[in-house]
Design a protein around this ligand. Structure first.
Ligand SMILES: Nc1ncnc2c1ncn2[C@@H]1O[C@H](COP(=O)(O)OP(=O)(O)O)[C@@H](O)[C@H]1O
Ligand SMILES: [Mg+2]
Length: 353
């Protein structure tokens, strides 16, 4: 039995179904991210777990117990929202104490627990501040402390970092992950940011139009995308339409260049189109690069992105992007140059759905 079980969850608003057959089991202490574009149903699933929305079908169990008849305040769930959810007229101390007082805890116990929670987020010195006197990042840490104070059995985080600037976002996501592991609390984290999901999750659910397209570890989601949607949403990637040359030998052509794939092509015939995915970081243009296959093309653009230089080259019709690390002494190819990108045949993934 898993700790949090969603079985066949459906949700319709009026005639519009926004969540379809959502199945997911989450182990105790696991950190799972729901990743998907805006409007794909992430918040709706989270709100059903919390009890703010009623599923149109399916069952939610926590620790074996069906949650159907339980109100939000009976589920013992902690929640953190995107931003600005602290009580503005209460100090940090009182915000964190709020749920504990409601639960009927005595003052001494409340104060001790608040102190412990503020220590956890390193904000003990700001206990008397009001939310407007703190940065967005500090406010979200307080929101996290407030959610965790009553010792919830599940923690739900709905895009808690998306209102913050880039640097704070990175440090706070690491802090959230550290606290989550320290407490061993079962957590669902909603985000539309693939890097965020990849960096802190035990597993990721990639959501597409109210469905779970793929559930897997960050490594699997990135390296073995199950669908075209996952492949294009998670990371930057080249989706290449290739033509089958000889199915028996897995030979295809990209533009005017033939390549033998590692993976069997399956039931296709010569002349059919297959979709291939190639990550921009997969190849290298260095002459000495190890590789069992290559594509030659003409550079059409070169963008400096900081740690990498992303170059696009035209291989017949298809345009393929690849990244070079911004290593000392690198001289990136110029627009108009003809370059050869070397990679291994197994870097080309066949996208079947
Ligand atoms: N209370 C509601 N009434 C009607 N439609 C809703 C309601 N809440 C969400 N939706 C719709 O459900 C879909 C999923 O929304 P949501 O779960 O908020 O997506 P996400 O969090 O992934 O951005 C969207 O099309 C949204 O417009
Ligand atoms: Mg949302």
């Amino acid at each position: 039995m898993s700790f949090l079980e969603l079985s066949g969850i459906q949700k319709s608003f009026g005639p519009v179904q926004v969540v379809h057959d959502f199945d997911m089991t989450i182990e105790k202490g696991e950190f799972v991210s729901f990743l998907g574009p805006s409007g794909c149903g992430k918040t709706t699933v989270l709100r059903m777990i919390a009890g703010f929305e009623t599923p149109s079908g399916g069952t939610i169990r926590i620790n074996g117990k069906n949650q159907e008849s339980l109100k939000p305040n009976q589920r013992n769930i902690g929640m953190v929202f995107q931003a600005y959810a602290l009580f503005p007229n209460m100090t940090v101390h009182d915000n964190v104490a709020f749920g504990l007082k409601i639960a009927g805890m005595n003052k001494a116990a409340v104060d001790a627990r608040v102190k412990e929670m503020l220590g956890l987020i390193h904000l003990g010195h700001l206990a008397d501040r009001f939310p407007y006197q703190m940065s967005g990042g500090q406010q979200q840490r307080v929101a996290l402390a407030r959610a965790l104070a009553p010792k919830p059995q599940v923690l739900l985080l709905d895009e808690p970092l998306s209102a913050l600037d880039a640097k704070i976002r990175v440090s706070l996501r690491e802090e959230i992950r550290m606290i989550q592991q320290q407490l061993g609390i079962t957590t669902v984290f909603v985000t539309h940011d693939q890097e965020e999901a990849l960096s802190i999750s035990d597993r990721i659910v990639v959501m597409n139009s109210g469905r779970a397209d793929q559930i897997g570890t960050p490594f699997d989601i990135y390296n073995k995308p199950a669908t075209r949607f996952v492949a294009s949403f998670v990371g930057t990637l080249n989706l290449i339409e290739a033509t089958v040359v000889d199915p028996a030998s897995n030979r295809i052509s990209i533009g005017d260049q033939a390549i033998t794939l590692r993976e069997p092509l399956g039931p296709v015939k010569a002349g059919d189109t297959v979709s291939l995915a190639l990550r921009p970081e997969a190849g290298s243009i260095a002459e000495s690069a190890k590789g069992d296959t290559a594509l030659t093309g003409q550079v059409v653009s070169s963008n400096f992105l900081g740690s990498v230089i992303r170059t696009r080259m035209k291989v017949g019709d298809p345009v393929i992007s690849f990244d070079m690390f911004n290593a000392p002494g690198l001289s990136p190819p110029a627009v108009g140059d003809v370059v050869t990108l070397r990679f291994t045949a197994s870097d080309l993934l066949i996208i079947r759905e």
